[in-house]
Design a protein around this ligand. Structure first.
Ligand SMILES: [Zn+2]
Length: 267
């Protein structure tokens, strides 16, 4: 089992991006966050992992880093957001778990035979830990051509506008979860009219980061009384050409851009 090398991309507290190479992404992020990572990140803490790519060896990781560093920021993030390979290196997600849930042993990223990407394997009991995205569902609710957004009252992204939605409960189908989340956040009864799309993202809360698989539906209001609730501080209806600039979650910006483009195409 050879030691993998990674190219990683961080977002700094001032919104700028930082790239580096390492054999241990999780440890490296902790080093940056304790001021031992790099001069650039020391004054821009905290930093968050945007994405990492698994490279064949150190030289390949350094070559990929040189190329990634010169891309415009939006292009850098796009590779992570869409989980695209970079220079042939497969995307391997945000910060992995650190400890085995079976025995508490430390997890290591290793390349197993016949697997195209590194897996987390417990150094103590050898169990392989497979990672999956957490499912979330949301709805693009429109009325007279305007889209319903909610302003978040809680971290992460407090004060930013968001598409109503949230994590699915165990046993939820995405449609039912989306309808419930819209009801809790806006007071409105809605029904899905059409499937819209799947979007990957990451959700960081305190020191825990998960990949999320976000399922979106188009929907319409069928009842209820409009009132901000749950983790929403305010509601707003927006035209495709006048969407707010402070949008929570990277993937929601993509969803809104896709929605606005679809509206344009229909006109
Ligand atoms: Zn274990």
């Amino acid at each position: 089992m050879s030691k993998p090398w990674f190219l990683y991309l961080l977002r700094c507290a001032d919104g700028t991006l930082y790239t580096g190479v390492t054999t241990d992404v999780d440890r490296r992020v902790r080093e940056h966050n304790t001021g031992r990572g790099a001069r650039y990140t020391r004054g821009r803490r905290p930093v968050w992992l945007v994405g990492a790519w698994h490279c064949a060896d150190r030289a390949a990781a350094q070559r990929a880093e040189a190329l990634l560093r010169h891309l415009p920021p939006a292009h850098k993030e796009m590779h992570a957001l869409t989980a695209l390979p970079f220079e042939g290196a497969p995307y391997c997600g945000p910060a992995p778990d650190r400890f085995c849930t079976r025995c508490g042993g430390p997890l290591q990223a290793v390349l197993l035979p016949n697997e195209g990407r590194p897996r987390q394997v417990c150094a103590t009991c050898q169990r392989t830990h497979y990672r999956n995205a957490k499912p979330c569902a949301g709805m693009l609710v429109t009325r007279a051509g305007q889209l319903l957004l909610v302003r978040r009252s809680l971290a992460p992204f407090e004060g930013y506008w968001d598409i109503p939605g949230g994590f699915l409960e165990e046993g939820d189908l995405p449609q039912a979860g989306a309808v419930r989340e819209v009801r809790e956040e806006t007071g409105l009864e809605v029904e899905p009219t059409r499937f819209f799309g799947f979007y990957l993202d990451r959700y960081t809360y305190e020191d825990d980061t998960s990949t999320t698989l976000n399922v979106y539906f188009l929907g319409q209001v069928v009842g209820g009384l409009e009132q901000a609730g749950d983790d929403a501080a305010a509601l707003g209806w927006f035209s495709p050409g006048a969407l707010p600039s402070r949008i929570a979650f990277d993937h929601a910006r993509l969803v809104l851009a896709d929605w606005a483009r679809a509206q344009e195409a229909q006109r």
